[in-house]
Design a protein around this ligand. Structure first.
Ligand SMILES: Cc1cc2nc3c(=O)[nH]c(=O)nc-3n(C[C@H](O)[C@H](O)[C@H](O)COP(=O)(O)OP(=O)(O)OC[C@H]3O[C@@H](n4cnc5c(N)ncnc54)[C@H](O)[C@@H]3O)c2cc1C
Length: 462
């Protein structure tokens, strides 16, 4: 290891998205000397591209909106969303520590009043947070407390002294970490090789997420015998236009406002109120791997300008909202075989009117909540969307205090992980907003674990 002082630190954090910035900020605030190394020339990763929805319970935003929610309900919903596959110990720690996330968002002045029910929730628990403000706050606080940030400097391997992880090798330097290394490199949505290896059924999904998210942290920990969790459940998200760009993620889930989904042949194929992860996998099996969101003027009026997933104005501006005076015209514009869309909509409307059971068991707008509406008021609209692999929610096995564990469950001393590269939280499905919450809560948790590990000699006074 080099003897250059800037490279001898208490902790090295690898990856500058939300989890990494949260760990760096809290470590630096606790007086630790921290180096944050980032692969790309700018920080942010998938966090900066995200919709900014955080799943949180017991917040002031919920109280103001009259929503009664508790950490017990939140926990129960996450357990249910995970279909019995998520690690309850991790979820329990998440709700025990969600206060750290709430307090940090407060300090960053990043709250909005936007609150909604989304996938996996029985009450309105998805909070829209101004993610650019939150990330900027964390970076500013971290550097103000002396953390050094190294951009365009990808970590390539972990240094192991025979009993613990003692540092990180990067493209341009070697860092020695007295107290620990925190991996926060995000997922592997940009690695076709790992997608083919772990989840070949998702290889038809559009690769998305942070451009640097190619699973580097997984590989580095894997070299030291790390275990994996949830990896086979990784699934793409339905709802993006095929021409979405890295600069602007174009995402609409009008189905949660009352639209139905039909495939390229004009047929429904699923309960549209299910998690957009479940929908993502279902859409990959349909012709042309796409589904049209079909809705009418009533649902169109439910658009929320500026609110990710519900903003139809922006989709319209981008020229991607198809509009027609009748369903027959809409069908023609979409290239659906004649008569199919009208038949599908008629059958759906019969179900909404209570004259028959819904063919796919749909009973609500989202997750069983919200009254269904018929698709009946002109003009009619369509948004054609595909499945994108925005995030890969399976990954390293960890303890609730963020230590990476080997395949036999023992801790890899000196190695911690937080954020999207960690498995065990989501199980078979995904509750909207839990990825950002998990990144923030467990980035902070990793910092607290290192601070309490006995290896941290506070090297500066603040
Ligand atoms: C378009 C989109 C919308 C989303 N919306 C939501 C939402 O509304 N709510 C929600 O909960 N989740 C959402 N997600 C998922 C969520 O954003 C991510 O799971 C979360 O931000 C991951 O945070 P992270 O800190 O773990 O990783 P990231 O924010 O991806 O950060 C990882 C960082 O590590 C860097 N890195 C990678 N390899 C190396 C290396 N070898 N050396 C150094 N640095 C490295 C990357 O460049 C990146 O900067 C969304 C994702 C996308 C793509």
């Amino acid at each position: 290891m080099t003897t250059h002082d800037a490279h001898h630190v208490d902790a090295v954090v690898v990856g500058g998205g939300l989890a990494g910035l949260a760990a760096t900020y809290r470590l630096a605030e606790r007086g630790a000397r921290v180096a944050l190394v980032e692969k790309r020339d700018r920080l942010g990763g998938s966090s900066a591209m995200s919709g900014g929805w955080f799943a949180l319970s017991g917040t002031a935003v919920q109280r103001r909106a009259g929503v009664d929610d508790t950490s017990d309900t939140f926990l129960a919903d996450m357990v249910e969303s995970g279909g019995g596959f998520a690690d309850e110990k991790l979820l329990r720690r998440l709700v025990e520590r969600e206060g750290h996330a709430i307090e940090t968002i407060e300090r960053a002045r990043a709250w909005t009043d936007e609150l909604k029910v989304s996938a996996g929730m029985r009450v309105a628990r998805a909070h829209l947070v101004r993610i650019p403000e939150l990330l900027a706050f964390l970076e500013q606080q971290a550097t103000q407390h002396g953390a050094t940030v190294w951009r365009a400097n990808a970590a390539t391997s972990l240094a192991w002294d025979g009993s613990r992880v003692v540092g990180v090798r990067t493209e341009h330097a070697e860092f020695h970490a007295r107290a620990g290394v925190v991996l926060t490199t995000g997922g592997f949505s940009r690695s076709q090789e790992l997608i083919e290896l772990f989840v070949p059924n998702q290889s038809g999904a559009m690769p998305y997420g942070g451009a640097g998210n190619s699973g580097d942290g997984l590989r580095m920990a894997w070299m030291l015998g790390a275990g994996f969790a949830d990896i086979g459940h990784v699934g793409g998200t339905y709802g993006q236009h095929a021409e979405t760009t890295d600069e602007e993620h174009e995402l609409l889930t009008a189905n949660y406002l009352g639209a139905i989904l039909v495939d390229a042949d004009g047929d429904r194929f699923t309960d549209e109120s299910a998690s957009y992860k479940i929908l993502g996998t279902a859409v990959l099996k349909r012709p042309q791997r796409l589904a049209h969101q079909i809705f009418d003027a009533v649902v169109r009026a439910r658009s929320r300008p500026g609110v990710p997933l519900s903003d139809m104005e922006r989709i319209d501006e981008l020229g991607h909202l198809v509009r027609a005076p009748t369903l027959i015209d809409l069908e023609e514009k979409l290239g659906i075989p004649p008569g199919r869309l009208v038949r599908t909509v008629d059958a759906y409307n019969e179900g909404v009117a209570g004259r028959r059971d819904d063919s796919f068991g749909r009973t609500g707008l989202v997750n069983g909540v919200g009254a269904l509406v018929p698709i009946a008021t002109a003009p009619f609209f369509a948004y054609s969307a595909v499945t994108a692999l925005t995030s890969t929610y399976g990954g390293l096995s960890v303890t609730p205090d963020t230590a990476v564990t080997r395949v036999d469950g023992t801790r890899i001393e000196g190695l911690y992980a937080a954020g999207e590269l960690v498995g065990g939280f989501h199980g078979a499905s995904y509750m909207t907003g839990t990825a950002l919450t998990k990144a923030l809560v467990f980035g902070i948790e990793a910092a607290h674990t290192i601070a309490g590990s006995g290896h941290l000699v506070v090297s500066r006074s603040n």
